[in-house]
Unconditional design. Structure first.
Length: 136
């Protein structure tokens, strides 16, 4: 049902809310994921649910690339970092790319301290993220 809501197997654009905390919009082969609130450790269960739903979606939707758009948040915790890593591994299996955009200074610092800032392309905004994936 989630895959159908996201338009699996079609080239159009579709949107869905996952786990009540992530908005996912698919455009062609790119999935734009926007956390709707800070992903703190208190949201562990919601993050886990959203992660399961996202992996289910990726197993059936023709998605190659992911853009993580943080324009609605200021921070995330270790559970969210684990989710990002699982998502990245799935994207890499498809020879795709993962781009982060609109990170707050706090979110940038979290990625730097954990040495995860080198795994993903980090750009200022969504337009730059699309360009980084050669879509803009």
């Amino acid at each position: 049902m989630l895959a159908r809501a996201m338009g699996a197997g079609t080239e159009g654009s579709a949107m869905s809310v996952l786990g009540g905390i992530l908005e996912a919009e698919r455009t062609g082969q790119t999935l734009i994921i926007t956390p709707l609130k800070n992903l703190s450790e208190l949201d562990y269960q919601q993050i886990q649910l959203a992660g399961r739903e996202m992996l289910e979606l990726l197993s059936v939707a023709p998605v190659k690339n992911v853009i993580m758009d943080f324009h609605k948040t200021e921070s995330f915790g270790s559970t969210a970092l684990g989710f990002f890593l699982k998502l990245w591994k799935k994207v890499r299996e498809r020879s795709g790319s993962m781009v982060f955009c609109n990170l707050s200074e706090n979110e940038k610092e979290i990625l730097e301290v954990t040495k995860l800032d080198g795994l993903w392309t980090i750009v200022p905004d969504l337009d730059e993220a699309r360009k980084a994936l050669n879509e803009g």
